[in-house]
Design a protein around this ligand. Structure first.
Ligand code: DC
Length: 209
């Protein structure tokens, strides 16, 4: 792939800490595609807003260098990202970059909340990756503790639930599975099994085109 395709887009959506990032990186490696974690765009805007910038200006002026900052993965920036993501003008300013990334020659994997529904409705493969909130909170807690953050399960669970609530119930591009996405629930799966299941889904969707 892409082979007989000019471009090939894999759209991965799902709630926070469901395994989208791990699965997307593994799919990109397996198929030799480029990967864009679109959450980083919202995180980069949020981190500029936390520094005092206007959200719309921050989104319009975003450069690729902004999304490789190493301060973007904190819980504080994640919560702020979910807040700036409700603003229609912020979402609109980030569309063109995501769409051109999706159509690059050689194939692309994009993960986020609205990739299969709004950004790339014509993606050749679509997955909705989810897991039970308690499982997601446990995974996110391990990630945060590994980075040296001081937090606990209850705090992380309530953060996960608050983010679900905001991401799923906003007016613009809410988190929802696209009607043609295959849902992959990773609650009971090892990382290896989840990755293999995702590869199988993409291959089935490709072969059905
Ligand atoms: O995937 P993440 O945790 O890095 O995303 C941070 C926030 O960004 C998320 O809570 C909602 C927002 N987001 C979005 O609205 N649309 C996307 N495509 C990706 C992320």
């Amino acid at each position: 792939m892409p082979g007989r395709f000019m471009s090939f887009t894999i759209a991965i959506d799902g709630p926070a800490a469901a395994g989208k990032g791990t699965i997307s990186r593994a799919l990109a490696k397996h198929f030799g595609f480029a990967h864009l974690d679109t959450g980083l765009l919202y995180r980069a805007v949020a981190s500029k807003v936390l520094e005092g910038q206007d959200p719309h200006c921050a989104a319009q002026e975003l450069t690729p260098a902004d999304i490789v900052r190493d301060t973007l993965r904190t819980a504080e920036v994640g919560a702020a990202a979910s807040k700036v993501a409700v603003l229609p003008e912020v979402r609109a300013a980030l569309i063109a970059f995501q769409r051109s990334f999706a159509l690059r020659t050689g194939g692309a994997v994009l993960d986020g909340r609205d990739i299969g529904t709004v950004i790339c409705p014509d993606a050749q493969a679509k997955l909705y990756v989810t897991a039970a909130p308690q499982v997601r909170a446990k995974r996110r807690l391990s990630e945060l503790l590994a980075t040296g953050a001081k937090t606990d399960f209850e705090t992380v669970l309530s953060d996960v639930l608050a983010r679900d609530e905001r991401d799923m119930n906003r007016a613009q591009a809410p988190l929802v599975a696209a009607s043609d996405a295959v849902t992959l629930d990773t609650s009971q799966l090892t990382i290896e099994a989840a990755i293999q299941a995702a590869i199988d889904v993409v291959e089935q969707q490709r072969d059905a085109i």
